[in-house]
Structure formats: structure tokens, C-alpha cells
Design a protein around this ligand. Sequence first.
Ligand code: CA
Length: 229
Amino acid sequence: MGTGIDLLIIEDEVRLVGVLLRGLGEEGFAVRIARTGEAGLAQAAEKDPQVVVLDVGLPGIDGFETCRRLRDAGHWAPILMLSAQATVEDRVHGLESGADDYLTKPFSFAELLARVRALTRRHRRESAEALTTGSLSLDPAQRRAWRGTAELKLSAREFDLLEALMRRPGHAVSRDWLLEQVWDIAYEQRSNVVDVYVRYLRAKIDEPFGTNSLQTVRGVGYRLTAESG
Ligand code: CA
């Protein structure tokens, strides 16, 4: 049975590309391949992918820069970044460039598949009821969100984070709770990924509008309020 999900792999290692192409193809993904970041950007421009597997080490522009350019060009598909490096700083760098998840080489195909599935499942999940918190509104089915009448341009993770917060309006929620809701794969406790994404979200839902709705609750975590000033 095929998922038919359009998946773009941007990776130059021929052997790894072969394994991914075969494995993901067998799982029913419609796989496209690019060997460089530039080629990947061109493929994405041709047809907006539904999920991207992106290597950091590429000839020409690297995966971080490719990721930034994909986001700048308005591609909001979830991006799983691959890297030979394992430090927390690298992972945060990857996430800061706009990636949604990060996998360190070497990895098993089963692990990659689990992460791709988690990203696409979340991306495709549909629960019909629209949410509102103050002047924020969000349509989970269409995956669109607005502040007043202005549509917000959010990455997949940013959208999921906002949705999680909007499902608990006015409540202080912990970083661990947000990690569970928004990141399927367990991150290290010390990871500051939630804080990084809260910063991204504030820059999109509050700062341009002069609002302060996404608040830090000392010793607890965060709270989204209907307060608009
Ligand atoms: Ca590579």
C-alpha cells in the first residue's frame, strides 16, 4: 500500500541514496533525488515536496544553507536533517536553520523511517475544529494560522507548537509536555529546542504585532494567553 507522499532526498552519498531510494520506495513514498543543495532547491521549486530528507555535508552550499533557502523560498514541508556530527550544538544549528528533526549518521533505515513517518503523520494529521486564542486563530485541517487577518508563515514545527499551546490556552505548560506534544522523538533533557522554537514563534506571532501572548512562566515553562497588548 502506498502513501504517495512526495519525499525529496538531498544527499550526495551514492550508496546511502540507493538504500533510501529503495527502502522509502518500498514503503510507498514517491521519492525524488537531488545530489546537491542547489539541485534540491530547483526540484522543490518545480514541485513543493511534502517531506525533505536533507544531508548537512553536500558539495556546493551545505545542508544548513539549503534548509534556510528552502524556508526562505516558502517551502514548509517537514525537514529531517542528516549529519555525521553528533554534538548538541550541531543539532541546534540544524534546528535553527529551519529543520524539524535531526538524525546522526550512522543510523538504521528503521530509525530514519520512523522519523519520516512521525514528521509526515503529524503534518497530515487532521482534526477539524478551528482554534482561537484572543486574536490568534488556527485551522488544524488546513494547517493555516492567523493573527487577526494576517496569515502567519510557520514551519511545520512552529505550527505544531502553536497548535499545542492553543489547545491549552491560559494554562502554564512545561517544556517536557511541549516536547512530548510537538517532538515525537525524545530529545535529551538538556536540549533547548523548545526555547529555540518559542523564540521563533514569538518572532512570528507576537513581535510583528506588538503583542506579548506567549509568556514565560518562571520555573514552569510557557503560557499562551488571549491578552493582546
Ligand atoms: Ca553527504
